[in-house]
Design a binder for this molecule. Structure first.
Ligand code: NIG
Ligand code: FE
Length: 410
């Protein structure tokens, strides 16, 4: 394959390393001015300042900002239908958990997801992925969790597998049947948990349909002890653990997840000091979802305390039909920057290297360094502050995935 040089880069900004960056290091970004980057066979072969080296192909960055491709480490990409009919209830003040307890919310999406074919689910998700790509997203994690029955959960995971062949965004699969208790098991919690542990998880593992297992640890959903049993069973099968915790009530999910060495905890809006300490001890990434706080009208996670405690912070979009029907990761970056009062440098790490670490991809993705995969984003921006200062417009100009130009803004 031909060698390529991206030349005339006004400012190249990237975190450095092959592991999550925590504490002060979260805000340490390598800046190169008047820079260039070369790659071959999808792998970065050189990065530097000044005169660009020769290469077979040249890409002109026109003096603009270049960063690693964005990584969205938390989405519920696959689902049937939407939930705009809940808007009126929300505006009257009915809460997320009240809607769920009344059989709406996640359970209403379960009905529509079960009614959809694998093809229909993949087609719908593909449209969203194409939008994400145009915003600069080159890797995206996708959770199951709207099937809540063995074949239905597998259908969701197979949709992700199909989508890998159809479009360029790299997809990472997470099994999340512990997302809600399905109505058929309303009187038999134990039966559903056993179904997950004895049937669904072994299927997902044997068919290599998921790398991660996530759970919704929340009041009225699953308890920390139930989540622990499910995640330990997943770990025994080789799936790494993730946990939605402290989104609405701090019931101990983060403390549990840290204690079993979960790779990430999600949301963390109400996370307590004990949860932060547990994540630090467990080597767990705090995956924050700023657009969900905004959309739920909820508080914002204590990001600064996490950074001060040495817990690496990542951001995801949380794209889903209920609490965040928006897959715009750059918008989440803007909201995160302002509402967590995180610096542009800390936020860049949150959507690149730390996001990569949250999906076990930090050795290959998340930074612009020799040996890493050439996932590169050229922004219509002169510097890093500009992309946090502007909001609501797409500033992604050219997207390179694995050494191939997969999108250019015309
Ligand atoms: O991360 N909290 C649980 N799951 C999703 C919402 C799913 C839905 O409402 O459909 C979340 O917010
Ligand atoms: Fe989520």
């Amino acid at each position: 394959m031909a060698s390529t040089v991206i030349e005339n880069i006004g400012l190249l900004a990237t975190p450095i390393g092959t592991a999550a960056r925590a504490g002060k290091a979260q805000g340490e970004i390598l800046f190169l001015k008047n820079a260039w980057l070369t790659y071959e066979n999808g792998v970065i072969t050189g990065v530097g300042e000044g005169k660009a080296p020769a290469a077979d192909e040249r890409l002109d960055a026109e003096g603009k900002l270049v960063t690693p491709g964005l990584i969205d480490p938390h989405t519920h990409l696959i689902f049937g239908g939407w939930r705009q009919h809940e808007l009126a209830m929300k505006l009257k003040g009915v809460t997320y958990l009240e809607i769920l307890a009344a059989g709406g919310g996640i359970l209403s999406t379960v009905k529509k997801t079960r009614a959809a074919s694998l093809e229909e689910l993949a087609d719908k998700a593909e449209q969203e992925l194409r939008k994400m790509l145009r915003l600069g997203v080159t890797t995206c994690e996708c959770k199951s969790g709207y099937g809540l029955a063995t074949e239905e959960e597998m259908k969701m995971l197979h949709a992700v597998r199909l989508l890998r062949k159809r479009q360029p965004v790299e997809l990472v699969s997470t099994f999340m049947a512990a997302h809600a208790l399905p109505q058929e098991y309303a009187q038999d919690r134990e039966g559903y948990i056993r179904l997950i542990i004895d049937e669904m998880l072994p299927r997902a593992a044997a068919e290599k349909l998921a790398e991660f297992c996530d759970v919704f640890c929340e009041t009225g959903v699953f308890t920390p002890e139930e989540c622990r049993r499910i995640l330990l069973a997943a770990q025994r099968l080789g799936l790494a653990a993730k946990c939605h915790s402290d989104e609405i009530d701090p019931i101990g999910g983060t403390e549990m997840a840290g204690s079993i060495g979960a790779v990430s905890c999600e949301h963390l809006i109400r996370c307590q000091k004990s949860g932060i300490d547990a994540m630090k001890a467990g080597g767990t990434v705090a995956c924050l979802l700023p657009a969900t706080s905004f959309y739920l009208g909820a508080a914002f996670a204590p990001a600064r305390q996490m950074i001060e405690a040495g817990v690496p912070v990542a951001f995801g979009s949380d794209f889903n039909p209920g609490s965040c029907p928006c897959g715009n990761l750059p918008l989440a970056m803007n909201i995160g920057c302002y509402r967590y009062r995180m610096t542009p440098e800390e936020c860049l790490t949150a959507v690149t290297l730390n996001a990569a670490a949250a999906i076990h991809r930090a050795e290959r993705l998340g930074s612009l360094e020799v040996g890493k995969q050439a996932d590169v984003l050229i922004w219509d921006a002169p510097d890093l502050e500009y992309i946090f200062y502007r909001f609501g417009d797409s500033l992604a100009e050219t997207v390179v995935k694995n050494g191939v130009v997969v999108y250019t803004q015309t």
